[in-house]
Design a protein. Structure first.
Length: 212
């Protein structure tokens, strides 16, 4: 596991390293954790070769829609440039299997629901546009070399926890998603849950969200 440093002065800027201990407890086997920057191509190549990696699951990125509007260049730097360096490192080391964590934000405002894979793509914020740019890069890479195996996951509002209760979504600071807010109110960490908006086209005017 390569843990990306991203924009933080230290890793785990929005999570707790104790989660890795809990993953090891669940898996009953040790994890190899290497701290690095997803934009450091040489470091990625070293890790891929050192540990004989045959595939990559790419979760390295920053993901707040609101934050991306305020700091779009950071999002293009870490998400797009970081992904380019990762794919280049994979190409140089002969690792050609990749699963990329994209987002349903690439669809933009829905023309129909539920979304299908052939729904038009029209990201409407910098975060979504970085994900779409990466998807297009991966499609172009596959078109140039069909020996690659690439999977792109466009999930929306992923939530949940392991059945053991050892790991789940518990960000440091203010969450960017609804479910951690609900959980923090339930355990008394927060006083209330704010519900924003009352003029949606729903029976009671409140917003409706889908979760994975």
């Amino acid at each position: 596991m390569l843990v990306s440093r991203l924009s933080c002065s230290i890793i785990f800027c929005n999570s707790n390293p104790v989660a890795l201990d809990r993953v090891q407890e669940i898996c009953k086997k040790p994890l190899v954790v290497v701290e690095g920057d997803v934009r450091d191509q040489a470091a990625i190549e070293h890790v891929l070769l050192e540990y004989g990696c045959t595939a990559v699951v790419h979760f390295a990125g920053i993901k707040s829609v609101q934050d991306s509007v305020a700091k779009p260049l950071e999002y293009y730097d870490y998400n797009v440039i970081g992904s380019h360096r990762l794919v280049r490192a994979m190409q140089n080391t002969g690792v050609k299997k990749l699963i990329f964590s994209s987002s349903a934000t690439v669809y933009g405002n829905p023309q129909f629901l539920p979304y299908t894979e052939d729904h038009p793509l029209n990201a409407i914020n910098p975060y979504g546009r970085t994900k779409l740019a990466i998807e297009e890069m991966l499609c172009d890479q596959f078109a140039s070399d069909p020996s690659w195996g690439i999977g792109i996951l466009r999930y929306f509002n992923p939530v949940g926890a392991h059945e053991s209760g050892l790991i789940g979504e518990d960000p440091i600071g203010a969450p960017n998603n609804l479910v951690p807010f609900v959980a923090q109110v339930a355990i008394g960490r927060r006083e209330r849950l704010n519900v924003w908006g009352n003029d949606y086209e729903t029976p009671d005017g409140n917003g409706v969200r889908d979760y994975t």
